[in-house]
Design a protein around this ligand. Structure first.
Ligand SMILES: [Zn+2]
Length: 115
């Protein structure tokens, strides 16, 4: 097995290790939009060791937006709440999603949060 692949697998194992604690914190809902459904940990900081500080439990749609996909801005108003989340990584990811939304509500939300 190639070294890079082994490293990747070790990372996936480390993320899986936190799965239960993450699900408990998230109360089995997406930590960004609060929808239930198919939830998986999103790796918020690929340079750090995976931990509850760097992982966010997210639904398919939020993960696809975080990976660069687009969505109808009218379905993203949950971000106005998520940017104030007490978990720093959730707030950070929500801000990065909000900053890509081309809408007045998104611009004023970013202003309110001081970004
Ligand atoms: Zn979501």
């Amino acid at each position: 097995m190639a070294k890079g692949r082994q490293k990747h697998q070790a990372r996936l194992d480390a993320i899986t290790f936190w799965g239960k604690d993450l699900a408990r914190r998230a109360k089995r809902k997406c930590e960004l939009c609060e929808e239930s459904g198919e939830l998986r940990p999103f790796d918020g900081d690929e340079k750090a060791e995976p931990s509850l500080e760097t992982l966010v439990l997210a639904c398919v749609r939020c993960r696809s937006i975080l990976e660069g996909g687009s969505a109808d801005e009218r379905t993203l108003r949950f971000l106005e709440t998520a940017i104030w989340n007490e978990q720093a990584m959730i707030a950070k990811l929500a801000k990065s999603m909000t900053s890509k939304v081309d809408a007045d509500w998104a611009r004023s939300a970013m202003e309110m949060v001081g970004e």
